[in-house]
Design a protein around this ligand. Structure first.
Ligand code: COA
Length: 293
């Protein structure tokens, strides 16, 4: 199976102008690269302008597309509005907002300072809110239609997760915003959807979330029923579909792409996977013997 195979046809995002927050590295960069290949213009934003400019240059050379780097800390509404206006000056309009920028750290919650908790809430929830509001107000005011917001959340947005509580709390809020606005803003021609990715290795997040030999100790592939982590192209394929006009009737949905990881943790009897065939034979014989008594 070729996991790197590209799903959509070459012109699938022709004429679309996209903002990808946190587009300078990791999954944001992978999604940006595919959007450019599909004919979109993409503006990438983060705090680090030099990193963004390097990524923009690299992706333009690789794809022949147009990638615009704009510095913006999504925590600050004035910076978000300035970023939006800079992208409109450059591209003429914005059609798609991909809220991808995130921050996270692992820690027992009682060890976190109030400011540490706020930092994650501010980047993830307030940042997604800032971008959504800045673009939404603009689209509604200008009566522009056929717009799309795509939010990157996580499966623990609905299960919760120990040791990443600020992130879980913030992502749950982003999911609630996705579903709420899918209904409220549909009348303005704005769709809202989300993707909940499972383990997709990236240098930044994985070094941060599984530092040192934690990476060896907790092989995340083992937690996935499909016994592997995701390939970035698999996520990019789904994201491209959800921001394209091919998904025009998909609104308010969160699509999980995790190889079945979260459900494995949820099903009450899933741990029976550890039972070997011989033991199943024994159990079956015992049950049958009881029935025949
Ligand atoms: N564990 C616990 N607390 C931490 C921490 C960690 N690993 N890293 C930072 N903090 C605390 C700081 O001590 C500070 O709190 P204090 O003022 O009470 O001491 C607070 O968080 C803010 O830290 P600061 O370094 O000023 O924040 P920042 O705004 O510069 O950056 C991140 C915070 C999360 C954005 C930064 O770690 C980062 O750039 N991460 C990369 C992006 C990322 O996390 N990607 C993964 C996405 S899943």
């Amino acid at each position: 199976m070729d996991l790197k195979k590209k799903m959509l046809r070459d012109d699938a995002l022709e004429g679309k102008n996209i903002i990808v927050t946190g587009g300078g590295s990791g999954l944001g960069k992978s999604m940006t690269s595919y959007f450019l290949e599909l004919g979109a213009n993409v503006a990438i934003t983060s705090r680090n302008l030099e990193k963004l400019q390097n990524t923009a240059k690299e992706l333009e050379n690789e794809t022949g597309g147009k990638c615009f780097a704009v510095q913006c800390d999504v925590r600050h509404y004035d910076q978000v509005e300035a970023m939006r206006d800079a992208v409109i000056d450059e591209f003429g309009s914005v059609d798609i907002l991909l809220n991808n920028a995130a921050g996270n750290f692992i820690s027992p919650t009682e060890r976190l300072s109030a400011n540490a908790f706020d930092t994650i809430i501010d980047i993830v929830l307030k940042g997604s809110k800032n971008c959504t509001l800045a673009l939404g107000k603009h689209w509604i005011d200008k009566k522009e239609e056929n717009k799309t917001i795509l939010n990157i959340v996580t499966t623990y947005a609905w299960t919760g997760s120990a040791y990443v509580v600020p992130s879980a709390t913030a992502k749950a809020g982003v999911l609630a915003m996705t579903r709420s606005l899918a209904v409220e803003w549909a009348k303005y021609g704005i769709r809202s959807n989300a993707i909940a990715p499972g383990p997709f290795p990236t240098k930044g997040a994985w070094d941060r979330l599984l530092p040192g030999d934690l990476k060896e100790k907790f092989d995340l592939a083992k937690k996935v029923p499909l016994k592997r982590v995701g390939d970035h192209q698999e996520l990019a394929n789904l994201a491209a579909y959800l921001v394209s006009d091919f998904s025009a009737y998909v609104n308010g949905e969160v699509i999980t792409i995790d190889g079945g990881e979260w459900l494995k943790g949820a099903g009450q009897f899933n741990l029976l996977e550890a039972v070997p065939e011989e033991m199943w034979d024994m159990l079956e014989n015992m049950i049958k013997a009881k029935k025949n008594k």
